[in-house]
Design a protein around this ligand. Sequence first.
Ligand code: MN
Length: 237
Amino acid sequence: MRVSVSGASSLREDVRARAGALGLHGWVRLMDDGTVSAHVEGAPAAVDELVAWLRGKATADAFSERMVRVEGHEQFAVRGVPAGVFVVQEHQATAHHFDLRLELDGVMRSWAVPRGPSMDPAAKRLAVQVDDHELAHNQFEGPTGSGGVIIWDRGSYEQGGRVPWPEALERGHAVFVLHGQKLRGGFALQRTGRGAKPQWLLIKRRDEHARPGSDIVAERPESVQSGLTLGEVIDGG
Ligand code: MN
């Protein structure tokens, strides 16, 4: 059942607590228009109980409900809450690549993306998992001995998907929403190979931020910190 009510954002935590007590799975999210949207699945009697409780929270004209397809969630999560920061650093080393880093449990989980991220859902970009980095490294921009680094994009991110994190990463399929200056909306990381350096694919999800046919790394080469390109940073060093 998909339910929408208008209400204070504190309603999200109440919904999550009550859904948890009823053994329901799904999510609750504060929408841009101020309404609270909840996706609830589980035992019909429990779903009915939660929906009835939510109906009691809303005035008659501010409540809607409709049946939707089961999404197969394994938890009941509050969506739309930043899970931490993300950064993408363009890095010229032996090989040129972009490092995507997501904050998780106090470190930055990292993937080297040779061709860089894309806003085109049809572009599946190889992303090689590399060592975790310290959060302090997110601030680094400058020449290095053999090349250089620029902060190509940064912002906050939300964890999504049906499986809670970090389990989603351990299983090899993680969905997340980026709130960057260049990268926005839903993305997925799908593991395709294990080993010392596991291979993944980074894929833009189809949403209102997707831009089919676009080439964001060519369109926006500049650092979000200095405005300089990687070449200018290296030459300036
Ligand atoms: Mn790197």
